[in-house]
Design a protein around this ligand. Structure first.
Ligand code: ATP
Length: 238
């Protein structure tokens, strides 16, 4: 039977008078890729940021790996296995690829484990190994996105939260990023993914939730949502 890794119950998140998330419930099972789709402003980023501790819960609860994490600081959530790859990549341009990766491993104190982390990342991203001594600024946009994902993997996450990983990338890299997300899941890391590119996201997702105005409108397997007339009309261009 599926084991719940993340369970969100009646979650609301307000920014002052703005009710960005309005009483949602959803579950991510261990080993799944789950995607949140919805128009701009539907509340997707707010949900991710709240799970990783960057926004405060107004109401409801976030249960991760059998523990309520509502009031836990972000850094502690990373130690518990929740790691967010931020939108827009945000690597440190003046530091080398390897130094950027090292920053992701702040939760890993054991040197042997740390080196094993590099092996995992360099195995997934051979281009980062080739460029490990170069400044991150010299990487292309797609490579910087790989570095941001690699940095998240260095923390040995149980779950990664990806906010628009394909945004602004050339088509070749978009496909690569989706392939990489599947590979990461195959290594046992659970994935919660937000994508404007809903079509691609649903193709690789086990399940998805459709959001509108801070509420969940519908849910289903990736296949079901791809086949749904309403979803096609509203989010996949008909
Ligand atoms: P997008 O794809 O545009 O990021 P989204 O689905 O991720 O959309 P959110 O960014 O979560 O949506 O925004 C949900 C609502 O909350 C929107 O009305 C947005 O204007 C508002 N909002 C988001 N961040 C803030 C903030 N820091 N302060 C005030 N309002 C915010």
């Amino acid at each position: 039977m599926a084991e719940k890794l993340l369970e969100i119950t009646h979650l609301s998140v307000h920014y002052g008078a703005i009710k960005a998330v309005r009483g949602i419930d959803f579950v991510v099972n261990r080993g799944e890729i789950v995607t949140l789709i919805g128009a701009n402003g539907a509340g997707k980023s707010t949900i991710l940021r709240t799970i990783s501790g960057l926004e405060k819960v107004t109401d409801g609860s976030i249960l991760f790996n059998h523990q309520i994490v509502n009031h836990m600081p972000s850094e502690k959530r990373v130690r518990c296995g929740i790691v967010q790859v931020p939108e827009g990549r945000r690597v440190f341009p003046g530091m080398t690829v390897q130094e950027n990766l090292q920053l992701g491993a702040f939760t890993v104190s054991n040197k042997r484990q740390n080196n094993a982390g590099y092996d995992v990342v360099y195995d997934q991203f051979p281009i980062l190994k080739e460029r490990r001594h170069q400044d991150a600024a010299t990487l292309s946009g797609g490579e910087q996105q790989m570095l941001a994902i690699g940095r998240a993997l260095m923390a040995k996450p149980k779950m990664i939260l990806l906010d628009e990983p394909s945004m602004g990338l050339a088509p070749l890299y978009i496909q690569k990023i989706f392939d990489i997300i599947q590979k990461i899941r195959n290594t046992g890391v659970t994935v919660l993914l937000i994508e404007q590119n809903a079509n691609q996201a649903l193709k690789i997702a086990d399940r998805g939730y459709v959001l509108e105005g801070g509420k969940i409108l519908s849910t289903g397997t990736g296949e079901e949502l791809l086949a749904s007339h309403e979803v096609r009309e509203a989010y996949l261009g008909g």
